[in-house]
Ligand binder design. Structure first.
Ligand code: HEC
Length: 101
């Protein structure tokens, strides 16, 4: 039983260490168009964090073309990026972490 617990612990700490860094995902894919708190080509992340939840943010990244009307944009300019699930999770948390900044 003890051994089993130890293995579980080891695995969970490994999973934690492997969680992607949202800042890196941001710098790789979003930085050209979004900044954390300043208006760029796209809206700043702190503004987005105020009005959207995690699943809305992920949905927008997965498919801007099918979400922009729902989000009250007249046109859809954001490019469709193909992020992995881990990248999506990390970047959505990163956007939300800008709330109140
Ligand atoms: C080519 C420029 C571009 C890139 C790259 C880009 N965006 Fe956007 N994004 C925009 C623009 C412009 C909008 C405003 C709506 C539109 O035109 O689609 C937007 C809108 C959004 C919205 C919805 C805003 C709202 O009102 O809630 C989210 C969320 C978002 N972007 C997140 C991201 C994230 C995260 C990344 C990186 C993984 C990213 N975007 C990459 C240009 C971009």
């Amino acid at each position: 039983m003890k051994k089993y617990l130890l293995i579980m612990l080891l695995f969970s700490s490994m999973a934690f260490a492997q969680k992607l860094d949202g800042k890196k995902v941001f710098e790789t894919y979003c930085w050209g168009c979004h900044h954390q708190t300043a208006m760029a080509f796209g809206p700043p992340f702190n503004e987005i964090a105020k009005k959207r939840n995690k699943s809305e943010i992920m949905a927008y990244i997965i498919s801007p073309k099918s979400m922009y009307k729902k989000f009250a944009y007249k046109r859809s300019v954001m490019t469709q990026l193909n992020l992995s699930n881990d990248e999506l999770d990390a970047i959505a948390d990163y956007v939300l972490a800008q709330k109140g900044k």
